[in-house]
Design a protein around this ligand. Sequence first.
Ligand code: F6R
Length: 610
Amino acid sequence: MCGIVGYIGNRDGADIVLAGLKALEYRGYDSAGMALLDKNNKPTLLKQVGRVDGLEKLLNEEKPADAAIAIGHTRWATHGGPSVLNAHPHSNTSKTIFVVHNGIIENYAELKDWLQTEGYKFISATDTEVLPHLIDHYYKQSNSFEEAFTKTLKEVRGAYAILASTTTEPGKLYAARLSSPMVIGVGQDECIVASDPSAILAHTKEVIYVQDNEMVVVEAGTCHITDLIHDEKVQRETETLDFDVNTAELGDYPHFMLKEIHEAPQTIRLASLGRVNAATNTVKLGGLDSVVNQLSHVDRIVIVACGTSYYAGLVGEYLLEEIAGIPVEVQLASEFKYREEPFCRSTALLAISQSGETADTIAALKKVEDYGVLRLGVVNAIGSTIARMTDAGVYCHAGPEQAVASTKAFIAQVMVLMQIALHLAKEGNELYKPMLEEIEALPAKAEAILKQADTIKAIAEKYKDYRDFLFIGRRYAYPGALEGALKLKEVSYIHAEGYAAGEMKHGPLAMIDENFPTFALAGDGPLLEKTISNMQEIRARSGKIVAVTTEGVNTVAQHADDVIYIPKTLEQTEPILHAVAMQLFSYYVATAKGLDVDRPRNLAKSVTVE
Ligand code: F6R
């Protein structure tokens, strides 16, 4: 979703902010803009609809020399469509105050009405535009930007990361956050403010994470934080980012999605590195050490997540119930937060999130804040909001994911859930040892599927023109089917539905004809024969089938039009291999259709608003 980058220092702020906005392009956006202040404090405001490349062109035409202060934004339209007027930065009428904002100002309508009665003129349809006017209003009362900014923050309700610059107080940027990420890179005589560390990485790895209800005055090389709830100054040391800059680059791949699918073997290794040891028959999850006692009293786990992370959670439900013997319920975070349900203290809430910044998942964690329950996280983005607000958790270590469609993160999430299930397993569980061995064997098996990319590509090209697709599976392959359908629909815009194969006769079979193909996950698990029966029912209605089955199984091909063979594995680890095959399939369908696979229309990488 929206991205923020700001710079203050001695270098050319315009170039640094532009590069930062490019680093945030993966998040999805529809317009971009920048406000620059040159050494004499003269402002330049540049905004346009479309890609950051367009903003770069504008900048080449109108760039002021030596913009020591720059704030930039990529906007994903919410209030008002994509247009130059709605693009950020927004300013007050006299163009002395510039603001970029991620999130939502929920009470903007009432603030706007009031400001209009005070004579303020609005030119956009956005909620954000109330901010510069409100700051302007308070600045006129106090002549202090810091005071005006603080008063404004106390007036607005909602979720936000806000960055402001002003011609009236040179040498400073003003930042604030509430439920929307904001991080400040602190370098030698400069600071880079951003909504995502990817925009900072190229300059420094020393960062300060701004917390909720904090206001920060940012100067070149230093920042001053105020806790707005307690009205007190906060001292915070910088932390070191452990990102590898190269993971944010394409290398030889045409798209990030393909690159990230090809990272599956490495993702499996990194998610289990130093944790699983088949030789010593142990699973060590340091992230859960601090809550060992509380965990021993947990008799139910509620998993909350959205999208792909939710489907990983559904795989986790099967794993935790079968291996750890703990009842699990998986809920969409967006539903959980509005649901009235009894919640015992012996229930743990486990949030799964790649970005660690998903608004609904954060809201679900907030909802149980006062329940006294254990809050756990399975998060990829280190230092993210969810990672910080949970009592304990296990990082996915998949590295930054750039393509909007989640691929390697799903794999890492399932790997981590598998290890949590093993960690919580009762002694003598018969799956324990075989699973540890299988986890160590998985990277090579994922590699074997990647080697079949050409075969999968050829199959994908045959199916690219269908308008609908069904994905089916049973047990562990059922959530896999749901995730397969999501992946196909989001990158190829083909309508796809995931179903438990056993549900076919209860409705979905009615849709099947020669124009409605099915992707069947039919591995050699205990229910293979039943899945084959479902495939026969589909074929009897002229439905085409792409099947994924296990090498050596010869009963599936005769009931399918196309078959992808995956290496033999345990049923419990199969979702990982299924995911690799389905991700490749979706990728090749989308690219065969000529679509922008890394940035599907209407979607954003990190969904930081409700
Ligand atoms: C789909 C996808 C989304 C995310 C969802 C949750 O490919 O990426 O469905 O999984 O928006 O995001 P996180 O995991 O960041 O909380």
